[in-house]
Ligand binder design. Structure first.
Ligand SMILES: Cc1ncc(C[n+]2csc(CCOP(=O)(O)OP(=O)(O)O)c2C)c(N)n1
Length: 383
């Protein structure tokens, strides 16, 4: 058993300063100590996520903005992480230190829902290309355990996991802090009811309007491909997988950068991880603008309907704590909504209803995901 503070201090010495995750009772002392900033370092930040996959994407955004990250989860939450671990961290080569608990450890006796995952946790990590080791179980094991983790992270630029068994951490309580709810943000109805614009026309207007210092994160599928076709710049991040993770990644960037961060989302993708809106609302980054390009379909996979027809993304965002939100259905409406959103303070969401369909000769990013990530990271590190 170790003290949570000992681990946090040793991790801090090695650069880890950004934590995200979803709790597990085995992790309680560590999470409580991070939240309580027990080692007295104001740089250390914990962002509680709505799901473990979202936590991985938030951490990926934080890494892009220069942080060294830790994501904590119960092993049952590993299931929620597999998609971003394999289709975001993997292809883009984004490292993070995972701390995964071992509920359902064979021979220990645990609840039935943990039995299978307890048997396969390390094998599963191995299968998805995440090397793992045991979480340090005594104070002298902390430094070598973290050094080995850091060496692998640096060598692979991929996630590495420490697997935490029951009772591995000495108890630590938490002074409960209830975040004060924010007053309902400002709503703008800019709908005109005319013919809906195309996504590429909307993206063209976005490129005209956003300042050069803004970072743009495009959701997976044709959105990123259209953005790349229009312009390829260091401030663009084209997600090629991790559907639904653009908002969470944008949050991780926005919390750690002073520049505007614009997330270009799809209705299908936003609905896939709608919980991220609540995390964004709670964290309240003033520099985040979330644009949902809602064509009512999964356009990238052949136009199958999503359920967005009944979803008022602007009001959902306000109900989740965004400071402003606008609904529009024209390029003029988009221009007004986006300009107001960029003037801040955010977080702001713009819900633009568009027409399905794309252009005939749609390109694909010819620059590889690791290069996109490193170019974007260098851009964020610049003035
Ligand atoms: C987790 C996951 N599920 C499914 C897919 C396949 N897929 C790729 S793009 C896409 C549609 C995305 O829809 P939306 O966000 O509305 O964007 P649009 O294609 O309409 O621009 C789907 C289902 C995927 N890449 N990842």
């Amino acid at each position: 058993m170790i003290e949570a503070e000992s681990f946090l201090a040793a991790a801090r010495e090695r650069g880890f300063d950004f934590y995200s995750g979803v709790p597990c009772s085995f992790l309680t002392p560590l999470i409580n100590r991070v939240i309580g900033r027990a080692i007295g370092d104001p740089e250390i930040r914990y962002v509680g996520a709505a799901s473990e996959g979202e936590a991985v994407a938030i951490a990926a955004g934080a890494w892009l903005a220069g942080r060294a990250t830790v994501v904590m989860c119960q092993n049952s939450g590993l299931g929620n992480m597999i998609n971003p671990l394999t289709s975001l961290n993997g292809p883009f080569r984004i490292p993070t230190l995972l701390i995964v608990t071992l509920r359902g450890e064979p021979g220990r006796g645990d609840e039935p829902q943990h039995e299978l995952m307890g048997r396969i946790t390390t094998r599963l990590l191995d299968d998805i290309g995440v090397p793992s080791a045991g979480f340090p179980d005594h104070e002298e094991a902390i430094a070598p355990g973290l050094d080995a983790a850091c060496a692998t992270l640096a060598e692979t630029d991929l996630p590495y996991a420490l697997v935490l068994r029951q009772g591995g951490l000495a108890e630590a309580s938490l002074d409960p802090v209830a975040p004060a709810p924010r007053p309902l943000g400002q709503y703008r109805d800019l709908n005109e009811g005319g013919p809906r614009p195309t996504r590429i026309a909307a993206l063209r207007r976005v490129l005209d309007l956003v300042p050069d210092q803004a970072a743009l994160i495009a959701t997976t599928g044709k959105c990123g491909r259209e953005l790349f076709t229009l312009a390829d710049r260091p401030q663009h991040l084209y997600q090629v997988g991790s559907m639904g993770c653009a908002g969470a990644m944008g949050l991780g960037v926005a919390l750690n950068a002073r520049r505007p961060v614009v997330v270009l989302d799809g209705d299908g993708a936003a609905l896939m991880k709608l919980g991220a809106l609540a995390t964004i609302g709670a964290q309240g980054p003033e520099n985040l603008v979330h644009l949902v390009l809602d064509n009512g379909v999964h356009d990238s996979t052949g136009g199958q309907a999503t359920v967005s027809a009944n979803v008022d993304f602007a009001r959902v965002a306000l109900a989740c704590g965004y400071r402003r939100a606008a609904a529009c259905d024209s390029i003029e409406g988009l221009a007004r909504a986006l300009s107001e959103s960029l003037a801040g303070p955010g977080p702001a969401l713009v819900h633009l209803r568009i027409a399905p369909g794309s252009i005939a000769k749609l390109g694909r990013p010819t620059i590889s995901p690791p290069e996109v990530a490193r170019r974007f990271r260098a851009f964020l590190a610049g003035a």
